[in-house]
Design a protein around this ligand. Structure first.
Ligand code: GDP
Ligand code: IMO
Ligand code: MG
Length: 430
């Protein structure tokens, strides 16, 4: 199968980066197609940890890396990442950036921060990286794109036009400091010089790679339940992290996407605000958080933890059309006699459903109906084959497969690249 989309099936941080890194070993090109530096993907190879926000995870294994038109790029973060990875000995010569991708500008970050502050208790809990305001300007057709940096005159003009409006908002509505045109223009002209060599026609590049039978991975950021259209709005991100976006975000036909791998933790986490029906009560939640090291890569915030939510996963399976599944962090559950799993939601009218509620009032007030599965106490980090898992652990995986009707082909047993159990043709697929 020449192309595989890898997307998060929950609320993010499922371990997508680690799975992409593993599959990248047998691939040629790795693409990001949505989101921006709100993503934080951690990859651990031979004890060395890489935390990546914008550049596709394929960079760790020297693959061709593509940032498509659907991504919003903060040039400061991008260039800092290029410098950092380069300094650590990685080859960054084959990183390509779509000219159609939009830039996250300093006022996007300032507006994200100010608007969250202003929302107070109603805040979304964004990563405050300017993602929402950058996508909003893109949709309003007043954004600044990567290709604008190729012409200094156009760049300065666009910054001037944008700042004339944004400074009014910042000063009068949000009552924060405005930006100085000369300072911003000079800073971005300098970035422009550095960005220039990375700019490419990435739609054509990926098309040609696929035509040549190369193996291409599409690396999702964020996750299905944070999708702007299908997620738990308004507590979502401002892009569409579902699998079909890989086609639009890169600029290829949807029929070029061969397999769709969903990534889910063996439990669930959420950063930021919004309901989490299967949230684990204290102090057990704090224990899981500690065992799973559940602290955000980008913001360092504690991630809220819940039991595996099969209602959410069933919905994610429908929205993405998963052809297989990766279940990560199974090792974190090694310490429990019993493991509850959310199989249905109890709705406010007293009925139960195994389908994700279509309306927010149902979702916001539903309660998790839990079924308890037997746990296991053996650590999993030394297990090398699926067949060697403790019976209760393989039963846990089989339960998920039965409920979702999809094969779990990859199982995470630790943070390291090699700590994945593979089943069937998981790795031959890419
Ligand atoms: P992503 O945003 O989906 O790429 O996920 P993150 O990297 O933000 O969060 C996943 C965290 O879990 C990272 O710290 C990974 O190193 C770690 N991780 C990934 N898979 C496993 C696993 O199977 N077991 C354990 N214990 N940690 C894992
Ligand atoms: P990865 O790729 C987890 C969450 C934020 C917030 C909401 C909106 O590492 O899985 P935004 O800054 O996007 O406007 O914030 O989305 N969020 C993530 N949560 N992992 C992520 O990325 C996330 N990216 C955004 O916490 O609730
Ligand atoms: Mg993450």
């Amino acid at each position: 199968m020449p192309s595989t989309v890898i997307v998060g099936a929950q609320w993010g941080d499922e371990g997508k980066g680690k799975i992409v890194d593993l599959l990248a070993q047998q691939s040629d090109v790795v693409c990001r197609f949505q989101g921006g530096a709100n993503a934080g993907h951690t990859i651990v190879v031979d004890g060395e940890t890489f935390k990546i926000r914008l550049i596709p995870s394929g960079i760790v294994s020297g693959k061709v890396c593509v940032i498509g038109a659907g991504v919003v790029v903060d040039p400061e973060v991008f260039l800092a990442e290029i410098d950092e990875l380069g300094a650590r000995g990685l080859d960054t010569d084959e990183v390509y950036l779509s000219g159609n991708a939009h830039l996250v500008m300093p006022w996007h970050v300032a507006i994200d921060q100010a608007s969250e502050r202003r929302l107070g208790k109603l805040q979304i809990g964004t990563t405050r990286r300017g993602i929402g305001p950058a996508y909003a300007d893109k949709a309003s057709r007043i954004g600044i794109r990567v290709q604008d940096v190729l012409d200094p005159k156009i760049l300065r003009q666009k910054i001037e036009v944008a700042l004339a409006e944004k400074n009014l908002w910042l000063e009068r509505v949000y009552e924060v400091e405005p930006f100085d045109l000369t300072e911003i223009a000079e800073r971005y002209e300098a970035y422009a010089q550095r960005l220039r060599p990375f700019v490419a026609d990435t739609s054509l590049l990926v098309h040609r790679a696929l035509e040549q039978g190369k193996h291409v991975l599409f690396e999702g950021a964020q996750a299905t339940l944070l999708d702007l259209d299908h997620g738990t709005y308004p507590f979502v991100t401002s892009s569409n992290p579902v699998a079909s976006t890989a086609a639009t975000g890169i600029g290829i036909g949807p029929n070029r996407l061969d397999s769709i791998l969903g990534v889910a933790k063996a439990y669930v986490t959420r950063v930021g605000e919004g309901p989490l029906p299967s949230e684990i009560p204290s102090p057990l939640q704090e224990r899981i958080c500690e065992l799973g090291a559940e602290f955000g890569t980008v913001t360092g915030r504690k991630r809220r933890c819940g039991w595996l939510d099969l209602v959410g996963l069933r919905y994610a399976t429908r929205l993405n059309g998963f052809t297989s599944f990766a279940l990560t962090k199974l090792d974190v559950l090694s310490h429990f006699d019993e493991i509850p799993v959310c199989v249905r939601y109890l709705l406010p009218d007293g009925t139960e459903t195994d389908e994700f509620p279509a309306h927010q009032s149902d979702f916001h007030h539903c309660r998790a109906v839990l079924e308890t599965l037997p746990g296991w106490s053996e650590p999993l980090d030394g297990v090398e084959r699926f067949e060697d898992l403790p019976p209760a652990a393989s039963d846990y995986v089989a339960f998920v497969e039965r409920e979702l009707g999809i094969e779990v082909t990859l199982i995470g047993t630790g943070a390291g690249r090699e700590q994945v159990l593979t089943r069937g043709a998981a790795l031959e697929r890419v």
